[in-house]
Design a protein around this ligand. Sequence first.
Ligand SMILES: Cc1ncc(COP(=O)(O)O)c(C=O)c1O
Length: 423
Amino acid sequence: MSEEAHEIYTEAAQVWNPNKVDVFHGFGVEMVMGERQGSVFKDLDGNSYINMHSNGGVFNLGHRNQEVIDALIDGLGKVDAGNHYFPSAYKNEACEKLLAVSPQNMKYVCFHNGGGESIDAAVKFARYATKRKRVVSLDCSFHGSTGIAMEAGSEVFSEFWGMKPDPQWYTHVPYNDLDALEQVLKLGDTAAVLIETIPATAGFPMPTEGYHKGVEELAHKYGALYIADEVQTGLLRSGEMWCCCKYGATPDMIVTGKGLSGGVYPMSAVIMSEESGSWLHKDGFAQVSSFTASELGCIVVSKVMDILTRPQTVENVQMLTQVFGDGLAQIQEKHSDFLVEVRQCGVIMGLHTAHPMGGMALMAALMKNGIWAVFADYDRSTLQFKPGLLMPRETAEDVLARLDVALGQAKMLAESGQLDGVM
Ligand SMILES: Cc1ncc(COP(=O)(O)O)c(C=O)c1O
């Protein structure tokens, strides 16, 4: 292990995050990212890792995408973060590009700097529009660490912080259960049904047929707004711009983030229907933040949207969907006693194993084989498998070959009990 990385870890344990350092030591690694480009990053020793986590989609367009960097550098020659009081051509352009790829009912865009912040905002917009307060969300979702987003997510984190959500304001229901949703909606006090289109932190369990359309219809039947959390599933990862639309649903608000940043400038957004944006006519200053719709950020967003809407990008996602679909089916057949289910929607993938710690073991084994992928935090039997949209075919094939090797190692590691108590 590199001396430089060891020094960084020792210092990090003192000034940054002792527990994170401990956890990585439990896995026997001291990873510090060095050079990075496209689908690959290196550690400080120069070992390469193919990024199959993409930081949840932050690196949707790969590391250090040259076009995004050029747009940002060009922008720095002209503007800065700008001022949240004033409109700007850069802001208008970014809004228009997002609206152009969204359902026709969408009319406005409100930018922030992280997904949690935009989830908080979307819920507030729904509460203002409906004059109600309850949020119904899934018990297996993660929507961010900010206030409302944390309370709407699985109770794991709100319990940790001693901030158990008030049951008059929040109700959690099981995924894929429209009856449970309707029971809550019948109370007639729900402002928003907030649904992560495919719950990432639960390991991407796939929706049942008609689920999202059913959510939309039930929300509207009982006077609530439907917010689609597309932070992990949006921006073409499903093969379509918004995954909820691929499943035939039209939400009242779409929340996007992560990849909107191009991997370089934190940006997130709430895309709103006329009703959801009703607050904008009453008090446009009611939702302010210093860096909202930063001009530099908007320049990055516009470039990201240009890349996402190119036919070559769409074709690459289709190619990756096919290569991973076919390859994973073959690998699963070979490792069927351990890899019990492959979940896939475009390049959103979850590898579900037979062992309760199988996802964690697979993460450790893949790392030894030069791949970075992360287990699902709410289901450690499952690994999240998320390539960037622009990954070349050869890299995808390389990933599959390495996965084949790592699966045998992961099974042994999971069964050895070595990972018990690491987290
Ligand atoms: C589905 C989903 N929604 C919201 C968020 C919050 O985004 P951020 O971390 O940018 O606040 C995340 C973060 O991982 C997420 O996975």
